[in-house]
Design a protein around this ligand. Sequence first.
Ligand code: ADP
Ligand code: MG
Length: 661
Amino acid sequence: MHDEHFERLLSLIDIEREAERAENERKLEKMPVQAREALGKTVTRLVISREDYGVGGHVLWVLSRPSHGEEYSPFQALNQGDLVSLSFQDPSISKVRGTLYDVDQYEITIALDGIPPAEEPPKGKCQLDVLGSEATYKRMKKAIVSVQQAQKKEVAHLREIFMGAEPAEFGPSPQPSPEKGEGEIGPSPCSGEGGRRPGEGSSAFFNSKLNLFQRDAVAKALAAKEVALIHGPPGTGKTTVLVEIVRQAVAKGARVLASAPSNIAVDNMLEKMLDAGLKVVRMGHPARILDSLRHATLSALVAEHVDQKYIEELDVQRAHLGRQLQRGHDRGMGWDERHSMQKEINRLWREARDMEFAIGKQILATMDVVLATHGGIAKTIGKKPFDLLIMDEASQATEPLSWIPITQAKKVVFAGDALQLPPTIYSEEAKKRGLGITLFERLQKIVPEEVQTLLRIQYRMHETIMGFSSQQFYDGALQADESVRAHTIEELPGIQPSTVTCKPLMFVDTVGAGYEETWNDLLESRENEGEAKLALYLYQQLREAGLPAKSIALITPYVAQVRLLKQMAGNEDGIEIGSIDGYQGREKEAIILSLVRSNDRGEVGFLGDTRRMNVGMTRARRLLIVLGDSSTLSRHPFYLKFIEYADKNDAHHSAWEWINS
Ligand SMILES: Nc1ncnc2c1ncn2[C@@H]1O[C@H](COP(=O)(O)OP(=O)(O)O)[C@@H](O)[C@H]1O
Ligand SMILES: [Mg+2]
C-alpha cells in the first residue's frame, strides 16, 4: 500500500545516479589531473597487464601501476563497485567505461561496460577516473525492495510506523521532566538484576554530566518501542546523548548498530564510544578512517586474530604457485597442468578469504556495537537484526540511504538538526520530486512528541556567537552552558590582549574597500582576493596574539575562495582552511568566515541557503569573525538581520580599521 512512495524512491535513485555520473564526467574535464589524483578520484600511469573473463562473460581488464616507491597504494581510495572510465595516452583509442570489479594493494580489475572491444587490450599508459560509486546505489535499491517486500517482520513493523500507518509506541518508563528539575529516570534503566551500575554518584546515568534535556532525551529513547528522535542545535550534545543511550542499551544486553552518512561522523561516534570503554568494531576500508582509530576496524582486528597465521600460510602457498605457473607458462607447460595449477591457486585464495570471513564473523559476534556508514553496510554484518540502531547526523542522509541500516534493526534512534545542511543531491529533478526531504524530517511530523526531544544547552559558543543562530533558527530557545557562556580568546593561556582577542563576535564590513568578487570558471565558483588578504591578515593578528594555529580555522562557502586562501597562505605552518560544508560537526576556538559576495547587483546566490550559514556561524567557540560586504549582503533579509545583530552587539567594524594599519 506504500508502493507508490517506494517506487518513487527507486526511480529517484536512478535519476540521482545518472546525475552524479554526468556531473563527475563534466567536472573531470575541467579539473587538473593532479587535483583529482590528490582526491583519489584519478589514478594515472596505469598499464593493462592482462585480460580475463568474469561471471556472466564480462570482459575484465587487470591494471597495475609500476611502483615509484609510494608509501600508499595508489588504489587506496578506490572501491569495488565504483563506476570508472579509462582514457588512454594514445588519443586514437577511445575512452572505455566500466565498473571496479576487484581492488587490492597492487592491482585493480575493471569489468567493462557493454559489448567488449574485439581487439586485444591497448598497450601503453592509461588513466582511470572515478565517475561515482555504484555500491551505495545498489545497496539503497536493495534496501528499498526489501522494505517493500518486508522480508523481515521487524522491518515491516518499522515501515508501517515510518509511513504513518501505525502509531509509534513508547513504554511506561517514567519520564523525568527538566521543568520539574528531576535528574533521575525513575527506576534506573540499568539497575535491574545483573545490570551494571554506572561509576560513582547516585545517578542512573553513566555520564554524570548530562544536563536535564539530555537526560530527558535518553529516557525517552529508552522508553520508545520503535523510534525516537533527538533534535539538537549545534554543540548541544546529540552525539554525547547517543553514546549514553548505547551504554544503557548494552548494559541490558542489547546488540547495537551505529551509523551515519559520512565517515567523519562515524569516526566521531567511534571516538566517543572508545572513550566510554564500549566493545566496538568499525566496518569500512581503513583508508577512509582516521589514522588514530584504525585499530578499531574489522580489518585490524582480523589481522590480529590468532588464526591469522593460517591465512598467511595459504597466501604464501598461493603466491608460490603463482610464480611456478608463470615460469611454466614461459617454458611452455601443457594446458592441463596449467589449468589444474590455476584451479589450486583459486582454491587457496577462496579458502583464505573464507577463513577471513569466518574470523570476521566471530569477532562481530562478540562486539557490543558495530559502526559503519549507511552506505558501507554490507551483508557481512550478519542476518539477525540489531536490537538498536543509532543514526547520527540524520538530517544529512537522504531517505533511501537511511533505509540501508534500518533494514538491519528492530528499533531506531535518530539524532540530527534539520536546520543545518541537508544532504548533497546532484539532480535538481530528484530533489524537487522528494529526494531532498530526509526521513528524519518526515518522521518529525509523524511520530508523537513523547518520543522526540529538543536539546537546548550548548557547550561550544560564547553567548553572543550563539545568539544570532538561536534567534533565527531556534526561536531563541538555545542556552549557553555556564562553562562557555562568556568565554573569550583573552582567557586562554599565553594570549596578548589586542583588538581581535577581547570580543566574541566581529563583523568586518568591506563596504567601500573595493574588494570585488570574481568568477572562477575552472572551479565554477566565486572568490574575492581582497577579502582573502584581509582574512589572512586577521589570522596573523590572532597568531601574533599567541593563539596556536590549530585553534583557528578560515572557512568560506565557496570552493574557489578555499583554493585562493590556500594558495595565498602558501606553506604557512598548520593553517586550516576549509569549506563550510566540510566543517559541519567540527569546532575551533576562533573562526574567520569569509562570505566572498560583493557586487552592485546585490546578488547573494547560494548564500541564500541560510542553513549553510547556520553551520558556518556556529563553528566558533570563543571568537567568530565574519567578513562581508554589507551593501551586497543587506539586500537579503537574513544578512540584514545579522548586520543589525552585529550593530546591537557593538560588533560592526569597518575593514578600513585594518586597511590603514
Ligand atoms: N552535559 C555536558 N556537559 C559538558 N560537556 C558536554 C555535555 N554534553 C556535551 N558536551 C560537550 O559538548 C561538545 C559537543 O557535544 P557533541 O555531543 O559533539 O554535540 P553535537 O553532536 O550535538 O554536535 C563536546 O565537546 C561534548 O563533550
Ligand atoms: Mg554530533
